[in-house]
Design a protein around this ligand. Structure first.
Ligand SMILES: *[C@@H]1O[C@H](CO)[C@@H](O)[C@H](O)[C@H]1NC(C)=O
Ligand SMILES: *[C@@H]1O[C@H](CO)[C@@H](O)[C@H](O)[C@H]1NC(C)=O
Ligand SMILES: *[C@@H]1O[C@H](CO)[C@@H](O)[C@H](O)[C@H]1NC(C)=O
Length: 289
């Protein structure tokens, strides 16, 4: 009887040992977030490739935990959280649970080994912003216009795909870094809007520009988006500042008017001269006869 008890006891110990070992192999490891332009993925690692996982998430430390409908008993080690998280200033915590086939045999006392929680993640504060597209155009001898296209995000409102201006509104600025061609000294210009006038440039000089989204309300480490490619543009030469299209049209008009007047006056004079010469010619020819 005693030996049977010892045998059962040993068996339980071995089983528990196997379960614990299994936990360590099937438990999701290194659960972390990656996010670019509000496309947000939850990523983890596993030592058992066959294992499936289910993801739950909640808003803040004490929010109600909700299951992720698509990431339910999925193989693989990632879950797209883009549509689960609001692009407003809130933190989320996700929990990756290891699935078990034999529900009946499952020892619930080991439950704490069977899931791994993420760190809190706030997409509004932490989602990376990719490099923006922009154009440059000289306005006059001292000003160049930088026109930035607000990058599209993965956030939708109804059928509309929101861009970073729709999401961040007044919180979004652009940092424009520029330098004169052949001069490495860089200057910064911060713009509230997506169209920026960069002033106080030298006339007839080439300048090169790079732009990045800039969100000063964020923590320092995530304030700046990726830098764009570089574009260069030349300011207008000195003295052409007042040469607007209106002025140009005016000058052409005056020149044309002058030409017309000269032609008209010349013609009128010619005709008068001819008429004055005619009777004279007649008189001369009759005298000859
Ligand atoms: C944002 O980009 C940095 C640099 O590439 C990276 O270290 C960080 O993990 C990224 N953050 C997210 C939330 O993807
Ligand atoms: C900026 O570019 C957009 C198209 O990308 C254009 O519609 C808009 O007129 C431009 N604005 C300026 C001030 O050049
Ligand atoms: C160029 O245009 C800007 C913006 O309209 C204006 O403030 C600036 O005085 C102009 N500069 C010159 C030299 O005309």
């Amino acid at each position: 009887m005693g030996s049977l008890r010892a045998f059962i006891y040993l068996g339980v110990c071995v089983c528990a040992g196997i379960l614990t070992a299994a936990d360590e192999n099937t438990k999701a490891g290194n659960v972390h977030w990656t996010s670019l332009d509000f496309k947000t993925m939850l990523i983890w690692t596993t030592k058992s490739p066959q294992q499936t996982y289910s993801v739950k998430f909640r808003q803040g430390e004490n929010g109600n935990s909700e299951p992720h409908n698509e990431c339910f008993k999925v193989p693989g080690t990632e879950c797209d959280m883009t549509h689960e998280l609001a692009a407003s200033d809130r933190s989320y915590i996700a929990d990756v649970e290891t699935d078990h086939d034999e529900e009946g045999d499952y020892d619930y006392s080991h439950e704490e080994f069977e899931h791994t929680e993420s760190k809190p993640f706030n997409p509004y504060k932490e989602s990376n912003i990719s490099a923006v597209e922009f154009t440059v155009e000289a306005l006059n001898a001292s000003t160049i216009i930088v026109n930035v296209t607000d990058t599209l995000t993965s956030v939708h409102r109804g059928t509309k795909q929101l861009n970073i201006r729709d999401v961040f509104r007044k919180d979004l600025q652009y940092k424009i870094s520029y330098h004169k061609s052949g001069n490495s000294r860089k200057r910064d210009h911060i713009s509230d809007g997506s169209v920026a006038l960069v002033p106080q440039l030298d006339a007839g000089q080439s300048y090169c520009f790079m732009v990045a989204a800039f969100i000063p309300s964020r923590p320092q480490s995530s304030q700046l988006g990726a830098w764009s490619q570089q574009l260069c543009e030349q300011t207008h030469p000195e003295g052409t500042n007042e040469m607007s299209v209106g002025h140009l049209v005016g000058i052409i008009f005056i020149v044309l008017l002058a030409i017309i007047i000269i032609i008209t006056v010349t013609c009128v004079c010619c005709k008068k001269n001819q008429q004055r010469n005619k009777p004279l010619q007649t008189a001369q020819s009759s005298a000859l006869v």
